[in-house]
Design a protein around this ligand. Sequence first.
Ligand SMILES: [Zn+2]
Length: 124
Amino acid sequence: MSEIADFLTAQYDRLEALARAVADSPGVGVELYGAPDEARRAYRQFLDVIDEDYVLADIESKRRILARHQPREMGQRAVCSNCRPVDPDAPSDSTSVIWPCPDVRDLAAPFSAEPGYDAERWAV
Ligand SMILES: [Zn+2]
């Protein structure tokens, strides 16, 4: 693995544990004291969609995306094993995408405020 893959795996492990803890706690709800009715209704609708099943499915899909994009050594640099822009005029390794590729950097972007996020190298 790579630093960014390790970072993302740690984030997914954390979110998965949180979602499983919620799933294992039936009957737990959220009360929004003092919030206007409209805000409470909107928040409940949001939680109906963004529930633990959604979070677990989302994490699994992102783990599959990450698994398809791994660093591959090419000379002095690492490139993505999956990303290769189509350039019919230069169909060679020169069209490979430097690691971490934009897809993996996009996967990391939601965690940019977390400790360990390397904004200098991973920012989109
Ligand atoms: Zn890639």
